[in-house]
Ligand binder design. Structure first.
Ligand SMILES: Nc1ncnc2c1ncn2[C@@H]1O[C@H](COP(=O)(O)OP(=O)(O)OP(=O)(O)O)[C@@H](O)[C@H]1O
Ligand SMILES: O=C(O)C1=C[C@@H](O)[C@@H](O)[C@H](O)C1
Ligand SMILES: [Mg+2]
Length: 195
């Protein structure tokens, strides 16, 4: 698999709660890659939680930080990057994501709700109807997530290990391999014609 990937980064995209952080860590371990979580880097750089950044600086400031962090990752190879759920919203981010292979973990709003109910760390879900909010956000973002190179539908029955294996199985089908060298005999035939 590492020969096929030739060090390119893997970017996991998808809704909050899709499993990008959970599966990303496993995938990095399996590939011997480094692991970076953009949400984690942002909270370290800002010295604030995501809730605090949204409340004190606003979502736009968060999106600016997110874009800066993502752009800097292009300088590195052999990374699995768990992105924030909204990373796909800014057009400029797509050129950074396209630096590597983009993998979408596609989870239904109902399954996301099941995973995240009671969670207070995602500011966009601090809502009186979190399931309705998830349904709205999924509907808005679906066409953007669908631009990924690898699209993996994940259901409640899929363990993080199964999701990781699903990603690894699909990579060979989407990697653009270098065109193979012609066999030795073809070179000889060309040389023969020239002589
Ligand atoms: N395949 C899975 N099966 C069961 N639970 C899972 C699976 N993937 C993730 N979870 C659980 O769902 C929750 C959210 O997962 P995680 O934090 O990895 O999502 P995320 O995509 O990184 O979300 P965010 O965009 O908010 O960072 C966690 O409690 C995690 O343990
Ligand atoms: O889907 C989103 O917009 C977000 C997802 C999380 O990963 C965080 O980046 C933040 O809570 C916003
Ligand atoms: Mg995450």
């Amino acid at each position: 698999m590492n020969d096929l990937l030739r060090g390119i980064n893997l970017y996991l995209i998808g809704m909050m709660g899709a499993g990008k952080t959970t599966v990303g860590k496993l995938l990095a371990q399996q590939l011997g890659y480094g692991f970076v979580d953009t949400d984690e880097v942002i909270t370290q750089v800002a010295g604030q939680s995501i809730n605090e950044i949204f409340a004190e600086q606003g979502e736009e400031a968060f999106r600016t930080l997110e874009s800066q962090v993502l752009s800097q990752l292009c300088a590195y190879q052999r990374l699995v990057v768990a992105t924030g759920g909204g990373i796909i919203l800014q057009r400029a981010n797509w050129s950074y994501l396209r630096h590597g292979l983009i993998v979408w973990l596609d989870v239904s709003p109902e399954d996301l709700y099941h995973r995240l109910k009671g969670d207070t760390s995602r500011p966009l879900l601090q809502h009186d109807n979190p399931l309705g909010r998830l349904q709205e956000i999924v509907t808005q973002r679906q066409p953007l997530y669908a631009q990924a190179d690898v699209k993996l539908r994940v259901t409640v029955n899929d363990t993080p290990e199964q999701v990781m294996n699903g990603i690894l199985e699909r990579i060979p089908t989407v990697i653009k391999t270098e065109s193979p060298q012609p066999p030795e005999s073809d070179f000889e035939a060309v040389e023969d014609e020239q002589n």
